[in-house]
Ligand binder design. Structure first.
Ligand SMILES: [Zn+2]
Length: 161
């Protein structure tokens, strides 16, 4: 896949699946203040969800931006100088699945901000490294469940005789 393919495939996946994922999260329609961006690189992050609130108590969302980093999804970084390809680098279907997984994960973060769930988590796990925070575990678990229900696990039925 060329750079252009990756960018257009990523935006295609965002456009096609965001309504479905938001629906599963309980939204009737996509809030106008939720925006998406596709960006080249940001350390080794796969995705981000930024939220701006109207109030100091962080209850009312003013704007939210989800950024996906599809080029980071193709590599695993070790230390600062070892870069290994992920298997999704060699398979369009696995790459699509990876993008969908990250999209579902980030939209769950959006849901956490929208519902105020994020406040419940942050006090409990302020001192943990970011990857171990409960807010991350919740987003990751939800994304896994979404992909399972959505039928994107390997289709073993195709292999039987
Ligand atoms: Zn996350």
């Amino acid at each position: 896949m060329t750079k252009k393919d990756i960018l257009s495939l990523t935006s295609e996946i965002i456009n096609k699946n965001t309504p479905v994922i938001l629906n599963k999260l309980g939204f009737k329609e996509q809030p106008g203040y939720l925006k998406f961006k596709i960006s080249e690189s940001y350390d080794d992050a796969l995705g981000m969800c930024f939220a701006i609130f109207k109030d100091d108590e962080k209850t009312q969302l003013q704007e939210a931006v989800i950024i996906l980093y599809p080029f980071n999804m193709l590599w695993i970084n070790f230390l600062d100088w070892i870069r290994l390809p992920r298997i999704c680098k060699f398979s369009r279907r696995l790459f699509e699945r990876k993008v969908l997984h990250v999209l579902a994960h980030e939209l769950r973060h959006f849901w956490q901000y929208y519902t105020g769930e994020h406040k419940k988590y942050s006090r409990l796990s302020r001192f943990l490294p970011s990857k171990m925070r409960l807010i991350e575990l919740d987003a990751e678990k939800w994304a896994e469940d979404f992909l399972t229900v959505y039928g994107l696990k390997p289709r073993i039925a195709n292999l039987s005789f």
